[in-house]
Design a protein around this ligand. Structure first.
Ligand SMILES: [Zn+2]
Length: 277
């Protein structure tokens, strides 16, 4: 599933091809995504001029000169590709948007859990309401995180994945950040000291930044202009490594299920023995 780094990598990949461009043509081959694509999308997009390519949480926001926006969510299996006109359509290429540059942006989504929605900057879509701060933004500080979790008795890991606390920390990165911070995923959140919150915020920003720099970990289909895949598999410490040796201490990585999601951790490196008080 594309996580925040893959979405940000996609944003950076498409931005140079979209910015300043005018849409000359759009086609919806299949509107049956997570929510139906608006039936007048081709007319709605026609002749619009793109002034910004942004991201909020895992939504790509393509903004036009009247401040209306096209929201794109990649769901479980969505991806965007830039192709030349006449490139044969692949199965599951559901939507195409042609620019005045001659390039075509194609939305591909085999499982169709993604979405294309529209809104206005001054009246954001309800899917963007009640979201916590961006993990890489200035609002996500140790003081903020500590304030949000200090009275919660629930386990720390599901709280990090709660979009009302902070957006974009998906399962892979929650597992990796807790390993890097030396925190057991089941630690009650109210045991997190201000000093530990500082460590946690730092590792979350670090793991996401490195993933973005490396092009995300799960992106398979975004193709850069030169045709090379826009991702490189990041070295993960714990995620999807059950029973394999910890890269620090060689203890087998353990797996369990927390809040319906797979949790991976090292029982030695994450035993909470040397956490700052
Ligand atoms: Zn270890």
């Amino acid at each position: 599933m594309p996580e925040l780094p893959e979405v940000e990598t996609t944003r950076r990949g498409i931005e140079p091809h979209c910015l300043g461009r005018r849409i000359i043509h759009a086609v919806v081959h299949d509107p049956r995504l997570r929510w139906p694509v608006r039936s007048d999308l081709p007319e709605w997009l026609h002749d619009r001029h793109i002034i910004r390519v942004d991201r909020r949480s895992k939504y790509l926001l393509i903004e036009f000169e009247n401040n209306e926006r096209l929201l794109i969510h990649l769901g479980m299996s969505g991806s965007l590709r830039l192709v030349d006109p006449g490139t044969p359509r692949r199965k599951h290429d559901h939507i195409e948007i042609a620019f005045d540059s001659g390039r075509v942006l194609r939305y591909h989504d085999p499982r169709r859990f993604g979405a294309l929605l529209t809104d206005h900057v001054n009246n954001p879509h309800e899917r963007l309401a009640n979201l916590g701060p961006e993990p890489l933004g200035p609002e996500f500080t140790p003081e903020y995180l500590h304030q949000k979790i200090k009275n919660r008795k629930t386990a720390i890991k599901p709280l990090l994945m709660n979009a009302e606390i902070v957006v974009g920390v998906g399962n892979i990165y929650a597992n990796e950040a807790l390993f890097l911070a030396g925190i057991h995923p089941a630690m009650p959140a109210n045991e997190c000291s201000p000093a530990l919150a500082e460590r946690l915020v730092a590792v979350i920003k670090d793991v996401l930044t490195r993933a973005i720099e490396q092009g995300g970990t799960t992106l398979r289909d975004f193709v850069r202009e030169d045709g090379q895949p826009g991702y490189f598999k990041q070295t993960l410490n714990v995620y999807d490594r059950a029973d394999q040796p910890c890269r620090i201490c060689s203890t087998p990585i353990q797996k369990n299920i927390q809040a319906q999601r797979a949790t991976y951790f090292c029982p030695v490196c994450q035993n909470n023995a040397d956490l700052p008080a």
